[in-house]
Write a protein that binds this ligand. Structure first.
Ligand SMILES: [Zn+2]
Length: 503
């Protein structure tokens, strides 16, 4: 295959205002008609968002808030964009010669493996060896060069642990990413793509990520020999390279086979190509990232060890509304501090009344190296301090209600492991209603009291539905009634922080 430039090649599928999908190059993103990226898979889609945000952040970050606003108001100049992107041109070549985007600088030893192993749902090497891939077909998928670049970037972003020396992504395997999501701008719901991207680009001053003078392997690790990680103490920290590498982490050593080409249809975008790719070589002990805080990911730490930040990862069931506050605002819960993504923190200060927006959170849930699920959530951005403290009270109350329910069910020896996810999901609408009311009204305490009443009512109905029935024997009936009485008492007990006291 001859090489392509991921700057000038039309490889990014997008949708315009009329709903027409086509592929563009990064040089065309300023077109006001284009409103969204339109990749075939959710992981490719979100990888492309992070690709374009990273590309702009790395080459065009505004100096300070004023400069950020100038672009927000006036837009970017096409010539400025082209000039900035041309500086990183050599790093975005994708093809057989080194350096090649997101691939090891050196030729790799070892056997060829299917390129489809880039995808997290592919069976691992061991599964194939032992013929256990009866249900998940072994990797016979063929990629056009565009989809191969997307899959490769997505793997480098999300990589789970993959066996000895196969490193996880820079933020750990399967991190949660949160982006600012613009719903409308000055009443127009068809917000151009470039504006949605710009909402996630931070000024140099606030992000502490200056645009580099040189774009070398410190920023784009595939531009030089890989900092391998077999030896002890060979981790790569932000101090050893450029902190912008956060956007361009390359934990896995991969070389795509660009020689063995086939003709036909790409199994992902469906386009005809005579350059279909299907094999690669991989090697372990790629870059082992340590001590990084990614600007697009929320973190957590124990209060006892404030220096040890862990990226937030998705759990079975995905995000529920009790997670929302911590993704919006630094929050302390019991012994844990929740720290929102830097991009969320930063945009709060830039926000105007002319936009409607929220947060978009997404990521894989991995069980070790096995993928369990892909999650995507659209949540509100909770802005005012007053609103946040009211929501905190609501959340605490709901958590106590859940505890009461759990106690009531376990008294009856009922299975209640499902309760956590179900409770938060079933009460989400009550919470959204509260947010709406707080947004419109001034009387917080009235809205909060109503919310608490509704949560209590929900808990009782939930309990009754799952315990009482018309064919109960007297003994069960008595036990359930007793548990219900206790639940009732716990729901209406005078708690330590009633809404009034919390003010
Ligand atoms: Zn394709």
């Amino acid at each position: 295959m001859t090489q392509i430039s991921l700057i000038s090649e039309q490889w990014i599928p997008v949708r315009d205002r009329k709903g027409v999908v086509r592929k563009i190059s990064p040089l065309e993103i300023l077109d006001e008609e284009i409103v969204d990226i339109a990749a075939e898979r959710a992981d490719f889609q979100t990888a492309l968002w992070q690709f374009l945000i990273g590309l702009i952040q790395t080459t065009l970050a505004p100096e300070d808030e004023d400069a950020w606003f100038d672009i927000w108001e006036e837009g970017l100049e096409k010539a400025d964009l082209a000039k900035a992107f041309s500086k990183v041109g050599p790093a975005f070549i994708f093809g057989p010669q080194s350096p090649s985007f997101m691939q090891d600088f050196d030729q790799l030893e070892g056997e060829a493996v299917p390129l489809a192993a880039l995808l997290p749902e592919s069976p691992g090497e061991n599964t194939i060896k032992h013929n256990k891939d009866f249900f998940i077909k072994r990797g016979e998928k063929r990629f056009c060069p565009h989809c191969a670049a997307m899959a490769l970037f997505s793997l480098q972003l999300n990589a789970p642990s993959g066996g000895q020396g196969y490193r996880t992504g820079l933020r750990g395997g399967g991190p949660l990413t949160t982006l600012i999501e613009l719903h409308s701008y000055k009443g127009d719901r068809n917000v151009p793509l470039w504006r949605k991207l710009w909402a996630n680009v931070m000024p140099e001053f606030e992000s502490n990520l200056p645009v580099p003078k040189e774009f070398d392997a410190a920023v784009f690790p595939w531009m030089g020999k890989t900092r391998t990680s077999k030896a002890k103490g060979s981790e790569t920290t932000p101090e050893q390279v450029n902190p912008l590498q956060a956007y361009w982490g390359m934990p896995r050593r991969v070389r795509i086979d660009f020689e063995d080409l086939e003709e036909g249809r790409c199994d992902f975008c469906g386009e005809e190509s005579d350059q279909l790719l299907s094999k690669m070589k991989v090697q372990n002990y790629g870059i082992n990232y340590s001590g990084w805080v990614h600007p697009l990911t929320p973190y957590r730490c124990k209060l006892k060890t404030p220096g040890e930040l862990n990226s937030v990862k998705l759990q079975p069931g995905g995000l529920v509304w009790k997670d929302w506050l911590g993704l919006n605002e630094e929050t302390t819960r019991k012994d844990t501090k929740e720290i929102p993504a830097l991009v969320v923190e930063t945009f709060k200060h830039h926000i105007g009344t002319e936009t409607k927006h929220g947060l978009w959170g997404f990521g894989y849930d991995f069980d070790n190296m096995k993928v369990r699920c892909w999650y995507e959530h659209h949540l509100p951005q909770l802005l005012s301090k007053e609103m946040q403290s009211s929501l905190q009270v609501a959340q605490d109350k709901a958590a106590r209600t859940l505890l009461g329910l759990k106690r009531a069910f376990s008294k009856l020896n009922r299975e209640c492991s499902y309760l956590d996810v179900e409770f938060w999901n079933l009460t989400q609408n009550l919470f959204l209603g509260l947010i709406r009311e707080l947004d419109e009204k001034n009387s917080d305490s009235e809205s909060l009291s109503a919310f608490i009443k509704n949560i209590n009512r929900f808990a009782l109905i939930f309990f009754d539905d799952r315990t009482f029935s018309s064919q109960m024997n007297p003994k069960d009936y008595k036990e359930c009634s007793e548990a219900r009485k206790n639940l009732l008492a716990s729901l209406y007990a005078k708690s330590r922080s009633t809404p009034k006291e919390a003010k």
